[in-house]
Design a protein around this ligand. Sequence first.
Ligand code: AMP
Ligand code: GLY
Length: 420
Amino acid sequence: MVGGGGREHTLVRTLLASPAQPRVICAPGNAGIALDVPCFPVAADDVPGLVALAKKEAVKFVVVGPEVPLSLGLADQLIAAGIPVYGPKAAGARLEASKIFTKHILLKHKIPTAAAGIFTEVAPALAYLRTRGAPIVIKADGLAAGKGVVVAQSLAEAEAAVHDMLAGNKFGAAGSQILIEDCLVGEETSILVVVSGRDYVILPTSQDHKRIGDGDTGPNTGGMGTYSPAEVVTPALLARIENEIVRPSVNAIADEGLDYCGTLFIGIMLTPSGPSVIEYNARFGDPETQVVLPRLASDLLELLWLAAQRRLAGYQLRVRDDVHALCVVVAAKGYPDKFPKGDVITFPATLPAGVTIYHAGTAKNAAGQVVTNGGRVLGVTALAPTLRAAADAAYTACDAIACSSKYFRRDIGAKQLLRR
Ligand code: AMP
Ligand code: GLY
């Protein structure tokens, strides 16, 4: 397992539960993953180091969590070394690493998405802004850890974002080209698809909470909480999403010669005129994974292995339709801007039934205590027969975790609970 966040902790736990009883190792992992499996201090972006580790440990199958090693060609290098891998090659990871690349593919293949302009210079970008008006969305082309998107409510805010990215170098090379995209209105859903060439398996639906604050306020983050299933995606709507977005996307990616094997995460806005693609990611979502995988009745290892072997045709996924899952992300106060590291975390001695704490940004200090080591620190997931019960259990656990810089949203799942 490559990576060291909440997504990877969930993947490790789920792979360990396979009837195949795999021996799992992780690089670099975190304090929680290290309690489950051996972790090796090789950074997730150290491609030669990861390949060397896989060889040294005689690894038979690599599952890659984050986008950065994928876009640096980790899958290409592993394949060249004869090691099977779940995760796309660099050419496929470009679907996430370049929003402009993806926009071209979406438009070419007539997959629903917002209209957009592409700019490298400030003056034409500002002129375009004035023709479109606010609200409007400014996006850095490249990878920016989920922070390269500004949904501007006013022209002034939009102009500032254009200056920050194109002139102020706020995201470095990632922001040297930008997209200016019409603002889509609606609810978002995350559709995770296991892709193997032209074959695919759609995983259970989920919804993320992207903003830092309750009521979807404040800046965008990597994601502050999730739940699954997302009931806003009715079976009829899911069928429409499959027909208009999932299948056309998988085929477009194959037609473009990207030879994709891995998770295709499709961020979708459910607009009044239909579902529209916001983005592709080339990996599992974080924290979507923390609610989607616990709802699988199928063996995840077998699923990912069949995908990597290009033997996914005819696969039937089994889902636990009897449970709702909800994940509250415990972050360090200050995230997504500056936040402290090294604060001691004290865990409750017992957890409510159905609760699992996945570690994300955690480490051990010299005294052996678990401390904060990132913006998103923990993913507290609860499984229960109802979403209400899952939320209650997750929040009981969140309240029982002690950490001086603890911050979490209080309203994860509220939209679905209120809708009922
Ligand atoms: P991305 O990094 O592309 O996922 O964008 C981050 C977030 O920005 C998305 O999850 C949406 O909440 C928001 N966003 C991105 N593009 C648009 C758009 N065209 N209209 C409205 N919101 C958007
Ligand atoms: N939670 C959104 C993402 O993984 O990009």
